[in-house]
Write a protein that binds this ligand. Sequence first.
Ligand code: APR
Length: 229
Amino acid sequence: MKKLVVLSGAGISAESGIPTFRDADGLWEGYDVMEVATPEGWHKNPALVLDFYNQRRKRALEVRPNRGHEILHELEKMFEVVIVTQNVDNLHERAGSSNVIHLHGSLFESRSTRDERLVYPIEGWELKMGDLCEQGFQLRPNIVWFGEMVPLMEVAARQAREADIFLVVGTSMAVYPAAGLIDYVPYDSPRIIVDPRIPDLRSVSPIHKFEEKASVGMQKVHDLLVTLA
Ligand code: APR
């Protein structure tokens, strides 16, 4: 089986009802990114940060995977599919995808503020002040904030290097190092992009562009991939 490596972003979850970051009704609206998604913001006001992610988690639990997520799952019949997602929701998993790398962490995990190796599942929607790791230190969301290392970047880059086909769906490609993954893809491997506003990817020339929402665009990608399997 050929290896299909997918880089997904907020756009694939948009039709499920989770707003993207940089579109007009973006998630940051009403929130200062520096307050809720940086280590400095956490030190200044951890309760605000916990509340921000509690609201995101609550929303993620209310929504369902859409056709875009489902098609990615169905493609496992034809390809070895590896999804590298920038999303912290769990909609890829809930659609059935079996190999998902969460580059920016997960809404449904907490981790110790003392020892980053202490990671725990979050049941339900709420992480509170006073929720502690086994060593007695406050838990924080296991999310990669601006200014933090991206621990799974090497793992993701290795996958991109092995891609027979590389698919980019629903990301503005504005945030590094995630956006740089496409540069690891072998020269001869087809690149496919699905987005209602195709991002400007100066350095590479995408071969197949689908200027569509994920639900419609992914169906067309599916039809194309049948011919490339
Ligand atoms: N289907 C597909 N794509 C869509 C849809 C849709 N229905 N609606 C919007 N989009 C596209 C937008 O055109 C845009 O290119 O999704 C992209 C969303 O871009 P961003 O909001 O920048 O989200 P993303 O690229 O995932 O952001 C990357 O930035 O804020 C950080 O850590 C956060 O993981 C996030 C990272």
